[in-house]
Structures are given as structure tokens and as C-alpha cells.
Design a protein around this ligand. Sequence first.
Ligand code: CTP
Ligand code: CA
Length: 232
Amino acid sequence: ILTAPAVKDLAGKHVVVTAGPTVEDLDPVRYLGNRSTGKMGFAVAERAALRGAEVTLIAGPVTLATPSGVARVDVRSALDMREALWRALGDDLTKAHALVMTAAVADYRPAVTSPVKLKKLKDDKDESSLALVKNPDLLAEVGAKRDAGKAPVLVGFAVETGTAEQLVAYARGKLAQKKCDLIVANEARVAFAGDDNRATMVSASGAESLGDMSKRDLADRILDRVAEALKR
Ligand code: CTP
Ligand code: CA
């Protein structure tokens, strides 16, 4: 059952959301990917639309239905996502009021993508290696371009596997390095598992640990922060 939020507190705002993994092709049949399901980003997009926002959802390869009232752009690789992201934000960042970057962007891509299927090497070695090159950090690029305190409000995610203390420490580092307003830190085994999540919200004003909740409820907590920042 969908209960529409009473307050359309994001009316007139354009919210850009990225979701899912990026996949980096090795050849026409193989790729490097990750376990992101896209559910967190789709929940943010759905709730933002229900709260009155115009929403652009940039999605990596996932099999989720597009939430109603949301404009969806499908992408595959990190470089594709970068292009779609800047198109949605505008080169001068004037086209969006907020960016919520839930996507698990691949940190590296194969140095070469073969146009034909790669064949097993005809040597007697049991080991092989793959040359990778670094992908750009999409969120950090936006953070570097944005004037401090100005729109768009920038929300990043951080997925980690360590202790709760490490989670917050890494999130603080990412908040500073990517120059964003909020980092939503979550544990990989919980975040990539299903419809629920457990997160710590890290901003300049401190760290707030939230209990277990649905991704939909977490989406609303994140959007509460976005709406609050947009009022200032
Ligand atoms: N991100 C991005 N572009 C990348 C890598 C990450 O925009 N190439 C964004 C993600 O969408 C997320 C945030 O940065 O909002 C943090 O991603 P995460 O993978 O946790 O951090 P990294 O900086 O890549 O550090 P590491 O993977 O080494 O922990
Ligand atoms: Ca990463």
C-alpha cells in the first residue's frame, strides 16, 4: 500500500538520482560488475517524486520497474553514467537542485574492451591478469565544480565491510574528499541484500546512526535532509 506523503516539500525542485551498479565490459560477453541491486536509488526516486520533485533517475543495468512520474535514463558503464549525469545537471550545475548518488560506480574499467570475444590463451600458464584503468570519480567531479554552499545539494553513499567505527571514519573522509553535504554510510552485506537497510548519516554537523528500516523509509530520511538544506 502506498501512502503518499502529506507534504509536497520538494515541489518545484529537480532531483537527480543515480542507482544500481555500473558494468564495465571486457568483451561482448563478459564484464566487471558489483552486487548493487538499485533498490535504494529507486526508492529515493520514488519518494522524491511523491514529495513533488521532478526526478531524473540515471540507472545502471537493473531489472526494476521505473517509479511513476520519474524520468529514467539507462546507462551501462561509469563513463556512460558520467555523460548522463552532466546532461541532467547541466555543465554549469544550474539544472538540478539536488543529486543523490546511490550508484555503485565501478572504480576501474578494463584498459581495453575487445570488440570480439576474448579467447583463452594457448599457453601452459595457470595464471592470468587483467589490465585496468581508473574510472573518474563522478561525485568528486561534481563536488569540485560546485561553489561551496550552493546548489545542487550533494548526497553520496559509502558502502563498506568493516566495523561501525571504520564506516564513519571512511564516510568522513569521503564527505571531505568529494566535497558533498551528506554521506549515507551503510554496510555492504545489509545494503546489497534486499528491501531493508541500516545507515549512518554523516555530515559536517556530525554522525547520526539510524536503526534498521526499509529502503523507502531511509529514502525519506535522506530527502528530509535534502529538503532542509534547500530551505537554507
Ligand atoms: N562514486 C562516484 N564515482 C566513482 C566512485 C564512487 O561518483 N568512480 C560515488 C558513489 O556513487 C558514492 C560515493 O562516491 O556516492 C562513494 O563511493 P564508494 O565506492 O563508497 O567510495 P570510493 O571513493 O570509490 O572509495 P572506495 O571504493 O575505495 O571505498
Ligand atoms: Ca568505490
